[in-house]
Design a protein around this ligand. Structure first.
Ligand SMILES: NC(=O)c1ccc[n+]([C@@H]2O[C@H](COP(=O)([O-])OP(=O)(O)OC[C@H]3O[C@@H](n4cnc5c(N)ncnc54)[C@H](OP(=O)(O)O)[C@@H]3O)[C@@H](O)[C@H]2O)c1
Length: 246
């Protein structure tokens, strides 16, 4: 059985991805900070397959090592990691002139360093997998200059750089950064409480990502999910700006 580590598996997209992976016969190890939510998630999903929860913040390298240790013990290795857990700035969405460097550090410690801890802890085991995959969830805030979103946006831009560079260094590992678009989740509600919830649901997004554990796999790179008449579709996006001759 292949094993997947998901950061932030109790809510939103992380939870929906855990359900999809279990239904596809994969083993799931996930973390979140709230022990009660972990217990509820394991209770709700264990009938669908093999799932293990680890309590703690992915900002703590020890949690990353625990996730990998559990994957090795229960499934004999690590085949995929999903860097999903994210936080907003605290207080959410401060303009640059009010951005508290300590708050920025705390956003980076989850959104960027969480992925780094997990990649470093899982690297040896990913190299031994027959089908290693890394998926990092990103946002259009990484490449758009939305007022008030600098902390979150730069954490996602740095995450993309980190993960895609790791993919170039390890071409045998399928490495994807995916912007799922606006979804009706707790994170979106926290960021934009005054806006109506988006029509896109985490469960629909997770189903659209099934190619990650089925064949043919998408090539390493950066993707967005676009709405097609048949449903959501992964579309690769190039961020390279071509020089235009005058
Ligand atoms: N929702 C959107 O509209 C949207 C748009 C673009 C991109 N995204 C990206 O999609 C991904 C999923 O977002 P979502 O909306 O599904 O989020 P969500 O509903 O807020 O769920 C986040 C999950 O991560 C866990 N988590 C948060 N901080 C953590 C930490 N420090 N360590 C471990 N687990 C942690 C949460 O549980 P605990 O709170 O118990 O830790 C929860 O299980 C994120 O990377 C986000 O940036 C979302």
């Amino acid at each position: 059985m292949n094993s997947w580590i998901i950061t932030g598996g109790t809510k939103g997209l992380g939870r929906a991805l855990a359900e999809e992976l279990l239904d596809f016969g994969q083993g799931v190890i996930f973390c979140a900070r709230t022990a009660q939510d972990i217990a509820h998630t394991v209770d709700a999903l264990q009938a669908r397959g093999s799932i293990v929860g680890v309590t703690g913040t992915i900002a703590d390298p020890w949690v990353a090592h625990q996730l990998v240790a559990q994957a090795r013990e229960r499934f004999g290795g690590v085949d995929g990691i999903i860097a999903n857990a994210s936080v907003l700035d605290s207080p959410p969405l401060a303009p640059v002139c009010e951005l508290d460097p300590l708050a920025l550090q705390s956003v980076l410690s989850v959104n960027l360093f969480g992925a780094l801890h997990l990649i470093q802890a899982a690297h040896t085991w990913l190299k031994q997998s027959r089908r290693p995959t890394i998926l990092a969830l990103t946002s259009d805030a990484a490449h758009s200059t939305y007022p008030g979103w600098s902390g979150y946006g730069l954490s996602k831009a740095a995450l993309e750089e980190l993960v895609l560079t790791y993919g170039k260094e390890n071409p045998e590992i399928s490495t994807l950064v995916i912007d799922p678009g606006d979804m009706d989740t707790a994170l979106h509600q926290e960021a934009l409480p005054q806006e109506p919830p988006p029509s896109r649901h985490a469960v629909t997004v997770a189903k659209a990502l099934k190619n990650l554990w089925q064949e043919p796999r998408p090539a390493s790179g950066r993707y967005i999910l676009t709405d097609d008449p048949e449903g959501l579709r992964l579309q690769e996006v190039s961020l390279r700006v071509k020089a235009v001759a005058d």
